[in-house]
Write a protein of this length. Sequence first.
Length: 260
Amino acid sequence: MKCKISIITINYNDLEGLKKTISSIASQSYKGFEHIVIDGASTDGSAAFLEENKALFAYHVSEPDKGVYNAMNKGIAKARGEYLLFLNAGDHFYDTSVLEKNHQLLSKEDIIYFNLQVVDKGNTFIKTYPNKLSFSYFVEDTLPHPATFIKKNAFNTVGNYKEYFKILSDWKFFIDAICKYNLSYKKIDRTLSTFYIGGMSSDPKNRNIKYTEKQSVLEQDYPTYYQDIEDVIGYKKIVSNFKRSRIISLLVKLNLLNKF
């Protein structure tokens, strides 16, 4: 029988993070999911730990791979669920009942995204995401893969993660899915997962790689949109600043009062 959710975890030499992730998934009160773990031939004891706990997994493997996105694509190939969630080593669910509270919301849309708790050293906050997505949004931001369910069929339409990217292949998938293929989506204003800053994508040393990868997508795949994007983003920021302005708010209130 086909399960509803496939949770895919990738790992490379992060045994403690892997233990945290697996414990969080195994502790979920809702059990209508399968857990797939792809380990890149770790040398820190991760492979032995997976073998000792193999009863928890629908599939697990420890073997060399070609990087993060190659490992994620391996997980996609093994997944049997209708919806896929990537919860990589170190990340975990927000609490033990989030799947039980939210699995019934996975019903129709291709992409369903939640809020994400972010932990950055001593600072913890909830990152929220807009109800409506746009090209200008993706130029500056992306969706949280630890808090986003993706229909497996969506990969048939958009394609798997591009393995020639080091950092932004998940961002490319999301911008293509929404802006090129017009896949359906839904935002759920609840927190699903916890993400710890410190990986490749958040490392300041990788800023140039991120910039190069993003520019290559925007300039090659979206040249017409990209010509005007600086103006669009500039106008959006002006409008946003106006909305937050206390003076503007006061003037609007006074104008409304003068009408009565």
